[in-house]
Design a protein around this ligand. Structure first.
Ligand SMILES: [Zn+2]
Length: 104
């Protein structure tokens, strides 16, 4: 299944972790299994960079559109990007077989 990374960041001014109510909303947007089911994504790993307003959320999804849907509400508080991922081993296999050259 294709993997995606949702990169999100916000500022002091828009930080949802400043009140328990907003943190609860953020929790349901990021972690809720019901929401993952509705969007058609599966959370693999959710990371927050310590000391920064920055989240890195690793997801499995059959379609990029599902991940876009999952990430949409995060845009209300700050820039949010969806990145297409592969594994290092899959990428290196493609390099070694001559299919690709370089990381781009
Ligand atoms: Zn924050």
């Amino acid at each position: 299944m294709p993997m995606y990374l949702v990169e999100h960041q916000h500022t002091d001014a828009t930080c949802p972790a400043q009140t328990p109510e907003n943190a609860k909303m953020m929790e349901s947007l990021v972690l809720s299994t019901e929401r993952q089911r509705q969007c058609g994504v599966k959370l693999v790993e959710d990371c927050k960079v310590k000391g920064e307003h920055r989240l890195l959320i690793l997801l499995d999804a059959s379609d990029r559109g599902n991940v876009e849907k999952y990430a949409e509400p995060f845009k209300m508080v700050g820039p949010t990007e969806v990145r297409d991922l592969t594994t290092c081993s899959e990428f290196l296999q493609n390099v070694l077989s001559g299919e690709v050259k370089g990381c781009r």
